[in-house]
Unconditional design. Structure first.
Length: 374
């Protein structure tokens, strides 16, 4: 039956056709076999509160969003808003929100269905028998969206997949190509909705770190939501000017997704290879300050001057993850907040450039200083 849905494409559905294809949308989970066990650590109440704050008083309205391709906007747009707002509260990037919207359009036509193939329910046609939650939970749009995002963010390298590939990794549909047709509509919806949300879709207090992510804090600092600047942090004013420049430049890449071998020359652009990996982030940060570094961790570990771990200062490069050819990861110390030493890193595939505590980096096997301390 999904073959029929795939043939519909982006053509606006008439009310009769929409009704006739309800069963097609409800069959969205046909062919799934995996059991979902994701997101058990997400605070559902906190997410719901954050979503409510993001949506404000217009969350249930469809009057402020105009997108061609929806037959029943009064019903569909509020659900689309909830999906986007849930993504924002979880610090899911725009692309992830588009994946979620495309999935919900295919699975339910953005309607909170109380029926479906076998025991499938809700916006994403999730199945209680496959561990997605109780029927009541699945028919809660915030809960259902949270479960979808939790599963998506656990897919290695999901941000480098096509929209339909990423959706299929979560849904395990019997018709894996069906999601691609909805990408233009999903993208248009996400952009239109983000424009009408407070702050243009900026996360608000009360949200959650990304599912399966979040950087473990040290001491009483607590988790640092990925891609954000922790409360109380400022670039150290007593650091050398070039160090301040390097830190400032690196923070401009926060939230951009890791790309192995990426140049870090255009991390906000459409080309994945313009994004950062760990050593290109440090290389280009110091390049902005007029200091030339080589390209890899294996060579950067020999640059500058060696300092002990006990003497780390802002701007120092911190090398971890020993390998057969030397350290395989590098981060840059950026100062502290609330008495906790912080660093910035491009961690690994599937994760964004983020600020972490020094303790969360693990064992530091070398520290190199590029700018002599004043």
């Amino acid at each position: 039956m999904k073959a029929l849905a795939a043939a519909i494409g982006l053509v606006c559905l008439s009310p009769l056709l929409l009704a006739a294809t309800a069963a097609v949308a409800a069959a969205g989970s046909a062919g799934r076999s995996a059991t979902c066990n994701t997101g058990s650590g997400t605070d559902a109440a906190a997410v719901a509160k954050a979503v409510e704050a993001i949506l404000g008083s217009n969350g249930s309205s469809s009057q402020d969003v105009r997108v061609e391709g929806l037959e029943l906007p009064p019903e569909q747009i509020p659900h689309a808003k909830t999906i986007v707002a849930t993504g924002i509260s979880l610090h899911v990037p725009e692309r992830g929100q588009i994946v979620a919207l495309a999935t919900a359009i295919q699975e339910s036509r953005l309607r909170n269905l109380d029926y479906g193939d076998r025991d499938s329910l809700g916006l994403f046609q999730q199945r209680p028998s496959q561990g997605w939650g109780t029927p009541e939970q699945i028919r809660d749009p915030v809960y259902a969206s949270t479960k979808f995002y939790n599963a998506l963010l656990q897919v290695p390298g999901w941000e480098s997949l096509t929209i339909t590939q990423a959706a299929q990794k979560v849904q395990l549909s019997g018709y894996p190509g069906a999601y691609a047709q909805w990408e233009p509509l999903a993208r248009a919806l996400q952009q239109a909705i983000a424009k009408v949300l407070p702050g243009g879709g900026t996360p608000v207090p009360g949200g959650q770190p990304p599912a399966g992510g979040g950087c473990e804090g040290g001491g009483d600092f607590g988790p640092i939501p990925e891609g954000t600047v922790p409360e109380g942090y400022e670039i150290p004013k007593d650091a050398p000017a070039k160090v301040q420049t390097a830190i400032r430049w690196s923070m401009g890449q926060l939230g951009t997704m890791y790309q192995w071998g990426g140049t870090c020359l255009a991390s906000h652009g459409p080309d994945p290879m313009g994004r950062c990996d760990c050593s290109s982030l440090t290389q280009q940060s110091y390049n902005a300050a007029g200091i030339t570094l080589t390209r890899t961790t294996y060579t950067q570990v020999n640059e500058g001057s060696s300092v002990p771990v006990s003497g780390i200062k802002p701007g120092d490069l911190l090398f971890t993850r020993p390998g057969p050819n030397g350290p395989e990861h590098v981060a840059m110390a950026i100062g502290s907040a609330k008495g906790t030493v912080l660093a910035i890193e491009a961690p690994r595939t599937g994760k964004p450039v983020r600020i972490v505590t020094q303790a969360s980096l693990g064992d530091i096997i070398a520290v190199r200083r590029m700018v002599p301390a004043p």
